[in-house]
Design a protein around this ligand. Structure first.
Ligand SMILES: [Zn+2]
Length: 433
């Protein structure tokens, strides 16, 4: 292991040593690893790759420059402002062992188990060996958040964000990146931590899986994290390809809250056509408001969210809306935290990665197909995330029960049973760490 790794990009200053490689070699795209169909030819008759077209066209005549990224050696330190619980410590040792043994590991942890904190010891070991780490997450809006958290515990290490609007990875020991940005790297990272592997778009996208493989050094290893296990992952675990560690309880040792199902006849007609709110929902919102609890209302579509927000305002609720189309998501979240709004209507954009102290959650039209089991489990994980407020109400408002609704509740109950069996739940007593 040395300090010489290759980075691949089309636009880099030429002061560093570099290797060049043709964009497509023997029908294989050298940037994304796709096999290029011989019929994929542009107007000049040149072979080009369709799979990574979104990153700029690459043809058999394109030259890729692979540059060394030289990182200064430094003394890395870890400052933990808290102690880990017994279970978190066990998980932490699991991470250390996986990374040392170059074995793919999977941390299966319920929402609010403190996953990131569990990684720190393993990350420190890696940094001390002079190896480099990429923390890859599916969603850009969480990248900066993770960078800040890592900077606060690794004060001597260089940690940089990488996403569509941030491309500076100079001298970074840890790069926190969206998975798409891994396209810039070739055999670069010794460790890639893949957070939220159950999330869109990573799940089921072969291109992103290839990019991870390409960005890893020859003997590099990835470490996976998620709250749920999909069938593909279950198979890999079953075949012994991945070592697993499960944490079935949250860091505060209180059980996960079970969603309540409230059937509302013609819910979607009332909201989308009549521009009204069913009495049961108004009553529920008033109850939360009277108890100074803020509400997150998850909606299936942007149109639904806009309509619902308008209606909520007409009914006198301080409500606002965020979606993937919002430019001011960070500001809106900040204002919600400062209690400028009582109700935050949101698409699944806030299903993960955000923490509010004292909230209740309503899932509107839970029977909509967008709410699959992984999404619902994540949404349920938004309540009870702090020591002060370890519980919160979750209500599924729907016209009928779907398989996802039933399975998400079954999953949460199963995790609670497991947590209890392992002695991780302290039945309302303060958690003695
Ligand atoms: Zn390609």
């Amino acid at each position: 292991m040395g300090d010489f790794f290759m980075i691949e990009t089309l636009i880099r200053p030429l002061e560093k040593t570099c290797q060049t490689v043709l964009g497509i070699l023997e029908n294989k795209c050298q940037r994304c690893g796709a096999i290029v169909d011989l019929d994929n030819r542009d107007g000049y008759g040149q072979l080009y790759c369709r799979e990574c077209l979104a990153f700029g066209k690459i043809t058999e005549k394109t030259t890729l420059f692979r540059y060394e990224r030289i990182i200064a050696r430094k003394a890395h330190t870890l400052i933990l402002p808290f102690t880990l619980s017994k279970k978190q410590n066990e998980a932490s040792r699991f991470v250390v062992n996986c990374l040392n043994q170059k074995q793919i590991g999977f941390l299966h942890a319920v929402c609010g188990a403190g996953k990131t904190e569990i990684l720190y010891a393993g990350m420190l070991d890696t940094l001390k060996k002079g190896e480099r780490i990429c923390f890859a997450i599916p969603r850009r809006d969480i990248v900066n958040d993770i960078v800040l958290r890592l900077k606060s515990v690794f004060p001597n290490s260089v940690i940089k964000p990488l996403h569509a609007n941030a491309k500076d990875d100079d001298n970074a020991d840890i790069v926190v990146s969206t998975i798409h940005q891994l396209i810039r790297y070739y055999h670069e990272f010794d460790v890639i931590i893949l957070d939220e592997i159950d999330a869109f778009p990573f799940r089921g996208d072969p291109l992103l899986h290839r990019l991870v493989k390409k960005a890893l050094t020859i003997d590099g290893v990835s470490f996976l994290m998620s709250a749920t296990i999909d069938s593909e992952l279950a198979q890999r675990i079953h075949r012994g390809l991945i070592k697993t560690f499960t944490i079935s309880a949250r860091f505060h040792g209180q059980s996960l809250d079970i969603p309540q199902i409230i059937n509302v006849m013609e819910l979607n007609t009332i909201i989308q056509k009549d521009h009204n709110l069913p009495a049961v929902i108004i009553k529920w919102l008033n109850y939360q408001q009277n108890n100074q609890i803020q509400v997150l209302m998850f909606v299936p579509t942007i149109k639904y969210g806009i309509l619902l927000t308008e209606t909520l305002r007409l009914k006198g609720f301080l409500a606002t809306f965020v979606s993937s189309k919002s430019n001011d998501t960070t500001d809106v979240i900040g204002h919600f935290r400062k209690a400028k709004w009582n109700v935050l209507v949101t698409t699944t954009i806030l299903e993960r990665g955000v923490t509010f102290s004292n909230v209740a959650v309503a899932v509107m039209a839970t029977d909509n197909q967008i709410f699959d089991i992984d999404t619902l489990v994540q949404i349920c994980g938004r309540v009870g995330r702090s020591w002060e407020f370890p519980h919160g109400e979750i209500v599924y408002f729907c016209e009928e029960k779907t398989t996802a609704i039933i399975k998400s509740i079954r999953y949460i109950k199963k995790m609670n049973r497991q947590g209890k069996r392992e002695g991780l739940l302290n039945n309302g007593m303060p958690n003695l760490r």
